[in-house]
Unconditional design. Structure first.
Length: 122
């Protein structure tokens, strides 16, 4: 698994980690049962603080993307609760659509963008 952190980004590093792992799952580069690097190993490889990796892993666990075993580490274990996933997605989309609406993004442009993203990542 290759993680690339943009240290110039306004996005928090733990969010960048989370998003890259989620994209890895969505694109099948990471499969259920695959183990993630240990917190220490990933922190050393990427050059970030262990607490940052730990925060990302903890949030991924809370959101149902990974399970954490104290002895074996973190592994991909996607929670199949579709209703919760749809509700979470809806909350995120409401804000994104409101931002687009403020910038005069049309419904057609939104649909085109969603189709493009879905085709690329799903």
């Amino acid at each position: 698994m290759i993680i690339e952190i943009d240290f110039q980004s306004d996005e928090a590093i733990y969010l960048q980690l989370m998003n890259q792992i989620i994209l890895g799952i969505a694109t099948s580069r990471l499969q259920p049962g695959d183990y993630l690097p240990s917190v220490r190993q990933l922190a050393d490889t990427v050059g970030i603080n262990m607490h940052t990796v730990n925060k990302a892993y903890s949030l991924l666990r809370e959101e149902g993307y990974v399970s954490i075993d104290r002895r074996r580490g973190a592994f991909i274990c996607v929670d199949m609760d579709k209703r919760k996933a749809l509700e979470d997605m809806k909350q995120n989309l409401v804000v994104a659509l409101a931002k687009g609406h403020c910038k005069n993004v049309t419904r057609q442009e939104v649909h085109r963008l969603i189709d493009e993203i879905y085709d690329e990542y799903c």
